[in-house]
Design a protein around this ligand. Structure first.
Ligand code: PGA
Length: 249
């Protein structure tokens, strides 16, 4: 059985005051029956890790460098994330692919570094609106998967997030059939590449405008094991609704 995961991506949001949202979340879910992960900005990571210590909630990073250390001003290594208290890192988010021109091979190198450091990697894939309208979605996702997911992946260290770019922060969500089609495709590709055992054990998250009001129906789709949530993870009240929906799935 794959353990469900509700992951929050705070992106470039939050200073010290935002830790109160995390504290509220720990009070709402002293022992969640699903995995609950918050990925705050790196500046808050250590304090966030302290805030959730001893609870069932964990924290993660939003990116890491492919190298373990060295002359890379402004970058953060996977070991540094571990040192700050992270157990997971989001990699290849479409905003990183766009803002920092990250290519599939960059994401793969980062994922290798993350896995070597003992982190779980949430590798993001997803098509643009133009690609969907041209009926290229599965081809794009397939290419991103083969390019970004390293060979050393297992059900323990890999999580794949399907995030259609046009659904991120827009309030637009694919139909349940569209989500199901992509998640079934990702599952089949993982099974083909890694074998049934590993392929079936990797968790698949949907991301893009997930809210308390649409979470339950999305979690009902086959091969959806949870969500990667941006905007609605910033407030404990909103994120709690999503965690509750996942606990009831
Ligand atoms: P959103 O972002 O929930 O604000 O649409 C999702 C994401 O980018 O992970």
């Amino acid at each position: 059985m794959r353990r469900k995961l509700a992951a929050g991506n705070w992106k470039m949001n939050g200073t010290t005051a935002a830790l109160s949202e995390l504290e509220a979340l720990t009070r709402a879910f002293p022992s969640p029956t699903v995995d609950v992960l918050i990925c705050p900005p790196a500046t808050l990571l250590h304090r966030a890790a302290e805030a959730v210590r001893g609870t069932g909630i964990t924290v993660g990073g939003q990116d890491c460098h492919a190298a373990t250390s060295g002359a890379h001003t402004g970058d953060i290594s996977a070991d540094m994330l571990v040192d700050a208290g992270a157990n997971t890192v989001i990699l290849g988010h479409s905003e990183r692919r766009e803002d920092h021109d990250e290519q599939n091979e960059d994401v793969r190198a980062k994922a290798r570094a993350a896995m070597d450091a003992g982190l779980k990697a949430i590798i993001c894939v997803g098509e643009s609106l133009e690609q969907r309208e041209a009926a290229n979605t599965l081809e794009i996702i397939g290419g991103q998967m083969s390019g970004s997911i390293p060979d050393q992946s297992t059900g323990e260290n890999l999580i794949v997030a399907y995030e259609p770019i046009w659904a991120i922060g827009t309030g637009k969500v694919p139909t349940l059939n569209e989500i199901g089609e992509v998640h079934d495709f990702i599952r089949a590709r993982l099974e083909r590449r890694f074998g049934e055992g590993v392929g079936r054990s990797v968790r698949l998250l949907y991301g893009g405008s997930v809210k308390p009001s649409n979470a339950a129906e999305i979690f009902g789709v086959s091969n959806v094991d949870g969500a990667l949530v941006g905007g609605a993870s910033l407030k404990a009240a909103d994120f709690s609704g999503i965690v509750e929906a996942l606990e009831k799935t």
